[in-house]
Design a protein around this ligand. Sequence first.
Ligand SMILES: [Zn+2]
Length: 266
Amino acid sequence: MNFDRIAQHSTALVGCIAWIPLAVWIMACVHWTIGGDVDPLTGLGGIAVAIGLGYEAINPPVPQLAPLTVIAVFITVFMFPFVRSAMDKRALRSIDIEALEKAYASLGMRNDNVMAKIRIAKILWDLGVCGHAIRIVEALLPSMPQRFFMEDIRMLKRWHMMRVEAHFFAPIVCAECHTSNEGGILFCRQCGAPFLLDFVKGKGVGNRLGKKLISTWVSLIAVLIGIPAAKAMPPGPSIALIVLMMLFATAMVYMAFKDPTGGVAA
Ligand SMILES: [Zn+2]
């Protein structure tokens, strides 16, 4: 029996199988980067680490790292649905924000447009600004005859039944003039800015969960697998590669976590 050969063959097999999820991951990273869901740095990091893992899996420079590589591939498979769902939520959120902008634009032309105001409230509800959504429709009730607005009045009743927590009704500070605005109005009472629109935009287009997941994952793999693997190389390239990986990982994590409110620009 030649255990070495069996071990070699099984390593090669694991290496080939590992490429299937990695290829899916790489395609997804390319897609997210082109679509603007992640910035090029994060996308590139995700792709580079997947290629590195695939290379490690087929041709491990340090045999002791092979189990760690397999675990890393497994984590990638496990993490993928979470990252994708975060990306999908982000896409939905940006569609909602676009719809909100349109509704605000149509209000600009006719300020007594009850339908547009209700539409704004509905989108705000979907975006999680529940308290203000409720107050807006409540304020509109006197101008909503029951026979025309039966559906919307029912919707308000449903919202009331959801028992929205008190903090959702807290005033929102205008991004333009810093005036605190109570629920029920659509434009800042001081400067007239669409403060609710600014508020949802300021919260960033979607949560940055996807970006945080990718950058944490890339950094972990760089530190746990990339650095030990690079040590096996000749000293010159080894040090250069380690410094490069450390810089890259630090930059990615910094970019993903630096702004807790999240900017629109990724
Ligand atoms: Zn203002």
